[in-house]
Design a protein. Structure first.
Lengths: 392, 392, 392, 392
């Protein structure tokens, strides 16, 4: 039995037809006159999506992890101190990366389900009168827990403390779906990948670099070569670029900007809100500790005590052919995740909610069939805005 | 806003990835050694799907209507009498085709929503002691009303009457999804298209020709050239064949036979049953007059008096990006149709049911959100059989 | 060993990437608002390519043969007389089609390699003082012999004779590549398919219908249903249209018109001229009897006495993976054909010429390696015009 | 004007249809049961292509440069000494990478056009009695100059010297096309990318790791995270893998192994030999200093004094839509390159040779049209082996 079921991973996302086509092209000479405009279009599009007016964009054939590595190895020095919160799998991994590169990470521990602790950061920055902290790391959207943190507030705390550190943001699962503003929030380095808000296959690390980070690159840096941003500036590639993916990125940013970033964000918010109402209808809770922390790209749902969340994920895959995200790290068995970033419609979301209901019922959870669907339907039909293009 | 929403037309169906790839191939020389095996494989596969052991298959670059034309123009003579029931849009069209070709159609009128009237046919055949009726036409699955008729019973009536007429069956929206057996039912000519049970784009008329029909071709025939079956026998094409679609048909029959025709039919039955339970949960009725007439490939749903069914179809398309089938002919404004033939999974069906609920609620119909979904979920989860391959 | 070798069939042609993509689309509701504009665009584009200002276009899911059938069955009556020359496989087949439909064909026999005999036609028309001839049939480009005939001259002869017959033209292998003008030449019905000048897969019969033919349809017609043009007017389909191919046709006409029909024709002329110079360099001759008859879409090359042309075709396919066209009918073993219609570039043509040289040398023909290539190279480099888009 | 012209870059290569399809797939859950076998198949296939029986394969979302970085950062320590020759752009870049990571590179300078100097390496190894050299770096195929070096001879020199250094080989433009044997040649680390012999788009760095390198990883290593091989062993990905490309790699290795590595190498040798005979027929010379150095994947051709090789490349692209490789670094204006690695057939190669002839003639070089083509044709037709699959 075959199916065209959507997937509900928190990345990679469902692929729009237009982007599959944009990526699947015959071989093009990347040194030819044809490639330059494609790369320039992708870079310009990314800058707009990032809300970055001055600055540069580097697009590596890699993943978000490579983007983190590029951000830190291009702007810091061996032994530099960085400030970061550990409150989920991806903030944990970024900290680990910094440590492997010999950086001194001042870690603020937070329960998984919480966001970046702005007050603790403010305190640490205020205490750092010698400005030994060279960078503040923020995981904008913790994909593992479905928690969105307040980047602008972190910048405000840095400003209040008069602290000169760089602000580096992991926007892997937020950029292109959730509100993100490099200029307005004073983000110096923003990192994302192709397979989330840009709705492409995995394979690109995308790094937005503000003026202050560019300046830092001139005097700082850890050993690096593949991820050396200096070799990429001006649209030159020191190695063979993945032309298809970059063409896809040019088309993807075109789709996003045509819809309008405000509309894109509003769409993700209303789809996410429908999912959250379904969770409430099921009598369940999100991993995100408070409503204002709930992510608009992924909802992590806490299963009742004694219920292995992984069984729900495996059962949905085997019985219904639908992929949800499992729990990771500290919440490995305690949450399952419904990803709704990138390409997602009301109708697709409803099929995911309906599948989750069946899977949980099959496994004996006290969920009433149709209850979450009805809650989401009610929200979707009352908040409709733009018409839908069916053949995307 | 883009989406990967399924479509719920009663044909063409959602396209499996494997079949899109099979159709989208570089140009192949149709006179080369490579094409012969592809065509042979498609023909052999179609014969198996049709349940035809002796006989031939002709595959025209056309649609089901062309298949009807091939069936009648290759085996009948000008002025020949044929027996047919008129009980829906497609039986009406086939009768019209016969009349345009100068055949004398004895029409049994039946309400739309009823099936082929076996007793009336039996009576007509018994009365035709001179055997002037040369062919009996049966629309196996009336796509317009969602009604499946009993082909075997018609053959039994012919046998009981000792009548030598040919039995011609329109299986356009049944073959490949609903039980169909040329040998066992004594079907002499069976007609279908590529875009229904075979899950391909439109563009092929597929005609199964039993031994008695082959014999009739030797002495009968109306003026014809493009649809002359004689030119096609032995796998020769008198014009350029649509190589991609034929390759798709070879792969499609492979997929169906690998799953097993019994499993294919069971799958369509359980998906259809879920849709019917949703209809019942909504307090609505099918156009099919009795449960045993209900089609497993398309459900036609009667809207309450005064409610234009077309509005539901248009609203679902505009507001949610989902295509349902509208009403046709006599039931144009009175029914809307949920197609579930070809490529369809539980999860896809649920998204269609959920969308229909929203659309009807938006338009003021007294449908409770989630009610149809819950009824279908209950059926699906209790009747699961095979695991699902998500990436099809 | 795999290859991306071009094919050199006289249709179907090599497929441009853009058209493969345009054809390979997810299922679209052909009754939705989205399909109308696509069909309208395809129809309007075809009219421009045909040079037809007033009149209609009908696009059938069929092939060119179906187009012939549509042309004659929609405008003539049983027993009507038509005038046609038989000078190749495709003119022979069209005559056969007319005869199968009960038409009375006045056949002018001509050697294969000659064009339509304008003077003989003029004489026949002049002799037909009773205007019993209802249609004059012209095969614009005889694909079997590589001969292009003079349609305008036939119209001039009809005008000179004051003859009211319809002028029907088979433009299957000319339209979209060779100069063609329905209005200017007074063509009443023009027939082509998708797989030639439009560079698409096979599967569409395309019929241009001038005002006089539209008028004839009102009072004439043979039995027909699938090919009934009346059901298609206004963009309505009486059966499921092949949406992907029609979308492809819309894009194809866009590509042709963007390049400009004059430039398209000039391109085919210069590529064909290179092939002809190669033939001359090999010391061989074309099947076309005189230079002015040589087709710009296909070159049929006469092999020396005793050399089975089919061996060259089979050997090129087996040894080098390149498809040429074999001989058909009366010239079955005497000619092989290099198709250069549709998508073809200098570079692609040179690879075909080089392959033909190797294949002929392998089989002992007295061809000097590189000789034809050099002659074509010389022509191509001296007649270059527009730059080439490599990734098409 | 559009075209389906092949490209003649020394990578990325022309893409086989089968591999485009394998890469262009709907989103798959990389944590699902479906992905494991795909990755395992790709890894097992790569090991066979590499001739590696014991050891591991790491597949990074990156390019060959990332593979170099993985090789050196996983097995060496800060300040370690490595031995390398600088005789082309890519050997130069690898040395640069080592230096950026703080390694102490003992560089043997060689003219561009020469291979790795086995005797100089032998001398350096013999002199290094303290075994300070921890790794010997060999660029197996210098893509910039079209020179293939003798890896086995380097290993023999190491063995003769009783030297324990690791042997690291850049096989980016050789592996999958030219003979390569990790076990037999004692290669400890082999690096390649997806876009060369594997005939895929760029986007994968592929690293073969022998037992001795695995052992070195346990005690050595430079700061690294994204390229940390330890995180990848056992088929686990520490970040989102590019599922489509990895599926493509599984299919690619299947194609190569089905053809047989011996047959693959023989095919590249005969195609390359045809190109070299064309160069000789033009009266020109290769950048490779001696015949035995000539690469079977790329031919670098020296242009006459005063002729800017870049003009040939640009003119061929603009006038004929064909991409050749330009010169790089020290030979930037002095050579142009015909890439014939990956997907290439006789017929494709001939179209490249014919295009180069036209381009050079256009620019006034004393090349006789057809001369190179004839020389290559003669070679190809006399050395044919396997039949060709046209639709690849």
């Amino acid at each position: 039995m075959h199916a065209l079921n959507p997937i509900f991973l928190p990345g990679p996302t469902n692929l729009p037809e237009a982007l599959r086509r944009a990526c699947d092209i015959p071989t093009m000479d990347h040194r030819s006159a044809a490639f330059g405009p494609i790369l320039a279009s992708a870079m310009a599009g990314v800058k707009q999506v990032l809300g970055l007016s001055e600055g540069e964009v580097a697009i590596f054939p890699a993943t978000g992890t490579g983007g983190w590595e590029a951000a830190v190895t291009n702007t810091l020095r061996p032994g530099d101190k960085v400030l970061a919160a550990r409150h989920g799998m991806f903030s944990r991994k970024w900290i680990d990366l910094c440590q492997r590169h010999g950086l001194d990470v001042e870690i603020v521990e937070r329960p998984w389900g919480e966001g970046v602790p702005v007050e603790a950061f403010a305190a640490a920055l205020a205490a750092d009168t010698g400005h030994r902290i060279r960078a503040v790391l923020v995981t904008h959207n913790e994909t593992a827990t479905g928690v969105t943190s307040d980047v602008a507030a972190v910048r405000a705390a840095m400003t209040a403390a008069g602290h000169p550190a760089l602000l580096m943001v992991d926007g892997v699962s937020s950029i292109g779906s959730i509100d993100f503003r490099m200029d307005a929030w004073g983000v110096d380095l923003a990192v994302t990948g192709s397979q989330k808000g840009f709705m492409l296959p995995a394979g690109l690390a995308i790094v937005g670099i503000g003026p202050k980070a560019l300046a830092a690159m001139e005097t700082s840096g850890l050993p690096r070569c593949f991820f050396d941003i200096r070799d990429m500036l001006g649209g030159n590639y020191p190695y063979t670029p993945p032309v298809g993916l970059i063409n896809g990125l040019a088309v993807s940013t075109g789709l996003l900007l045509e819809e309008g970033m405000e509309a894109v964000r509003a769409r993700h918010h209303r789809i996410a809100e429908g999912v959250r109402r379904a969770v409430a209808a099921w009598g369940m809770t999100t991993c995100a500790a408070r409503p204002e922390l709930c992510s608009d790209t992924v909802t992590a749902i806490v299963t009742p005590d004694g219920v292995d969340a992984g069984r729900i994920v495996r059962h949905a895959a085997e019985a219904y052919g639908v992929a949800f995200g499992g729990g990771l790290g500290e919440v490995a068995d305690k949450v399952f995740r419904i990803g709704h970033l990138g390409l997602m419609s009301d109708v697709m979301a409803l099929s995911g909610i309906a599948t989750a209901e069946m899977a949980m019922t099959d496994l004996g959870l006290p969920v009433r069939l149709g209850s979450g669907v009805a809650a989401a339907q009610e929200h979707y039909r009352n908040s409709r805005t733009a018409p839908v293009r069916a053949a995307a």
